[in-house]
Structures are given as C-alpha cells and as structure tokens.
Design a protein around this ligand. Structure first.
Ligand SMILES: NC(=O)c1ccc[n+]([C@@H]2O[C@H](COP(=O)([O-])OP(=O)(O)OC[C@H]3O[C@@H](n4cnc5c(N)ncnc54)[C@H](O)[C@@H]3O)[C@@H](O)[C@H]2O)c1
Length: 425
C-alpha cells in the first residue's frame, strides 16, 4: 500500500461511523514525538498473551515512541507476575506489581490498561476500569455471557472511556487493504465466505506435577465455566473478519460440535462447525478442529469476480472461460482412452472436472509485517492520547463476541439461533 492509499484510508476512517462504514484505523506507525504527557499503561493478566503484548510495547518504545510508559503490572498468580516483572527489568522498566486489579486501579497511577485475563475474568475488570475513567484494551473475546458482553459495551458508552477489543486483524494493513478492495467491488458479489482454524494438538498447558489443583486455572480454555473453547478463543477472530468483509452482521447461526478425540476431561468441543447466514443470503461456513493441522488457519472470501485467502495473503481473480471449451463429454472420452478412468462415471453431456484449478495467486498486500498486534497497540495509545476513536472498532469486537456466544447456543441446543433485539447496539 503506497502512501497515497494510506492517506485515503485515513480519510475513510475519519469519515466512517457504524457498521455500514467500517474502514481502516487511523495510525500505522510509531511516532517519535513526545507530544505531551506519556500515557501511563497497566497490564492486568500477565500470562502468555499479556507478556506478548508487554514485549511488543517495549519494542515499540525501542523504535522511538515516547507516547507511553508501562507503570503497573497485575496478576493474581505469582509465577506469572514474577516473569513479567523480570521481563520489565530486562527492558530497564520498573513498573509496580500487583496481585489485585482493584489495588492497581487505586495505586497504580494508570490512564489505561490492557486486560489479558482469561475470558471469564474480562467483564468485571473491564467494567470497573471503564467506570473509574481508565481506558481499556481488552483481549478478545469480550465476555463469557451475552449479558456481560452488553454490560461492557454499556459501561463504555456511559463512562465515555475508550474500549477496544483485541481483534488485531482490524489493524493489519493486509486486512484493511482487502476490505477496502472488497468495498470497491473488486471481488464482485460476495456469495459465500469460509474460514477454518485447524490445530493438531490437545491445546493443553503443562500443570506443575506438584500442583494438580491448578488444572482448571491453567487450562481454563478447556472448561465451560471459563471459556467457550474454540469458539471464543479462535472463531471470534475469524467471525470478526467475516462480518467486516460483509459489512454486516449475520441474521442466524446453526452449529454442531463434539468432543470427538481428546477425551481427557475437557468440557468444550474439540471440533466445531457452524453456518452463519446474512440478510442477503450470503453464508459464512466455519470449522475448527484439533486433531490435524493440514489446513491450518484461513479466511476465504468468495466473490463472482475473485477470491481472497486472507491469512495467507492470496488473491485469485476469476479465470474467464476459454473461447471454445472442449465439451465435457469429449474430455471424459479422452480421459477413458488415456486410462485415467476405466469406466464412465455418472454424468451428463455437460460434465467437466471441477477439481481445483492450479492458479498462481497474487499477494493481496505487498510488504505485510506481523499480524496487526503492534499496530493495535500503537493505535490504542493514540486513541487514549486523543481521548476518542472510531466507534466502529468496538462494534466489530462487540458483534464478533455476541455472535460467538450465539454459536455456542446453536451448538448446545441444535437450533437455528438469531440475535435477541436487546443485544443490538
Ligand atoms: N488476540 C490474540 O490473538 C490472543 C492470543 C492469545 C490469547 N488471547 C487472549 O488473551 C487472554 C489471556 O490468554 P492467555 O493465553 O494469556 O491466558 P493465560 O492463562 O496464559 O494468562 C492469563 C493470566 O491472567 C491471570 N489472571 C486470571 N485472573 C486474574 C485476575 N482476576 N486478575 C489478574 N490476573 C488474573 C492468570 O493468572 C494468568 O497469568 C484471553 O482472553 C485470550 O483469549 C488473545
């Protein structure tokens, strides 16, 4: 994306409002300018993700940003807090450490926090912070229940504090470029979208042998009380992308899921599949499983003029038909003569092989670096600094979270589920 295109996207973002006008976020690079007081940041939940974000923030500072300082870290599990304090020391940062987020709110001196606790610990921490005038970047998915998700959004509206949800693809150049191209009609009519996230492992974290009672705390993703498993932890990202590409939210979802393979005491499905329908009849089909990673993670946006495969940055235009295609039946006879088939498969004169054609992809975006996490952090700091931000960003996070939990309902009930009106924002 050249500089002009970036400028264009910036203008679009400023003009944009609501789900119907979603576009790129505002900022793409680190500013070296001090520009007033540095934002004082805290991180609540310094486990795997919290520390990953902490390290990203130090790297952004190393690139010259003077816009923020990490002043407080909080985790109620001492080993996690200790490792993040060690990480801070490595980067010559000396934040205060807390085991209780309420103490951090009172004594941490923070303007804003990143909440990277397990899903069931998002809502009350986020709501308390927003109500206290502390801006929040909360990891996805928003909350464990629909009501808590709505309560988080309402707290943002009522307090005026910024709430951003950690769907980092919203800040990736590649995704922003693709969405803009979809919006300008490059893929034509989007008829179907498909995404999947396939993993080939049990998704477990090691529990210290001497402390088996920590199982549910450490492996919270596997237990229904704390998480909806693959839905909230993985699908939430890709459903956000589908809604963004479609510039809409679904009207219904059907789903299925089971514990097919990892019968190890977990409560969440190890494989799921869901079909979402949008108002114009477009479908988004989704599947995730944990026994074979061959097909990895992908979002396919399929239009009558072309296809995007977003995770792998691939664009395919639709190949125009050749002037005089060989009739399918002639090809079939040829295949039999060449010994490809021994006998004729059932098919009429229009039969033609429909196995995938080999076609060279073009990159959607040249020069993509990272997955948007760095830009998400840069933007959050800027939003806090300017005290406002594009509201459509929180709506993206909100609806991805709501529809993720509705998918859980569809799987549990076997019914086709729509969104109750009280969750519309
Ligand atoms: N955006 C992404 O791509 C991405 C990737 C991974 C994880 N995440 C999200 O980040 C969040 C955390 O995931 P994780 O993998 O780091 O989990 P984790 O278990 O590694 O870390 C969570 C940490 O929160 C701490 N914690 C729990 N309750 C707390 C409380 N009340 N106060 C303070 N600390 C508390 C735990 O002790 C733990 O150290 C989840 O919401 C997850 O979905 C997002």
């Amino acid at each position: 994306m050249g500089e002009n295109r970036r400028e264009f996207l910036k203008k679009m973002a400023i003009a944009g409002a609501g789900m119907a006008a979603m576009s790129s976020p505002l900022f793409h690079s680190v500013s070296a300018a001090g520009n007033g007081k540095a934002i004082r940041l805290g991180i609540i939940g310094t486990g795997g993700r919290g520390r990953y974000l902490q390290e990203h923030l130090y790297r952004i500072k190393d690139e010259g940003s003077k816009e923020f300082e990490i002043v407080a870290l909080c985790d109620n599990y001492k080993p996690s807090l200790d490792i993040s304090l060690e990480l801070a020391a490595k980067y010559k940062n000396a934040p205060k450490g807390f085991s209780d987020y309420k103490k951090l709110m009172k004594d941490g001196g923070v303007d804003a926090v990143i909440v990277a606790t397990p899903l069931f610990q998002h809502a009350h921490i986020t709501i308390d912070c927003l109500n206290a005038g502390i801006h929040v970047l909360c990891e996805k998915s928003m909350a464990r229940t629909l009501d808590d998700t709505k309560a988080m959004y309402d707290a943002h509206i009522n307090s005026g504090s910024i709430l951003l949800i950690g769907h980092q693809r919203l800040f990736s150049d590649k995704y922003n470029d693709a969405i803009e191209r979809i919006r300008q009609g490059e893929l034509g009519i989007i008829g179907q979208m498909h995404a999947h996230w396939h993993r080939g492992n049990d998704w477990r974290r090691a529990v210290p042998a001497a402390k088996p009672h920590l199982e549910r705390q450490i492996n919270w993703r596997l237990y229904k009380e704390y998480s909806a498993g693959l839905l909230t932890e993985l699908m939430s990202h890709q459903l956000q992308v589908a809604n963004w590409a479609k510039q809409d939210i679904p009207v219904s979802v059907m789903g299925t899921g089971s514990i097919r393979y990892w019968k190890d005491g977990r409560e969440v499905p190890d494989n799921i599949a869901a079909i979402f329908e949008y108002a114009d009849g477009t479908q988004f089909t989704y599947d995730s499983q944990t026994i074979n990673k061959r097909y990895g993670c992908e979002e396919e946006i399929i239009g009558d003029k072309g296809t995007f495969e977003l995770e792998t940055n691939r664009y395919y235009n639709v190949i125009p038909p050749k002037p005089k295609p060989a009739p399918g039946i002639a090809q079939l006879i040829g295949d039999i003569q060449k010994g490809i088939f021994e006998e004729a498969p059932i098919g009429g004169p229009s039969w033609a092989p429909e196995t995938q054609k080999r076609q060279k992809a073009e990159p959607i975006y040249v020069g993509q670096k990272g997955d948007g996490t760095k830009e998400e952090l840069i933007n959050f700091v800027r939003f806090v600094k300017q005290g406002k931000y594009p509201e459509w960003l929180v709506k993206e996070g909100y609806y991805a979270s709501i529809w993720t939990l509705l998918t859980e309902q569809a799987i549990d009930s076997g019914a086709k589920i729509s969104m109750p009106e009280k969750f519309r924002i």
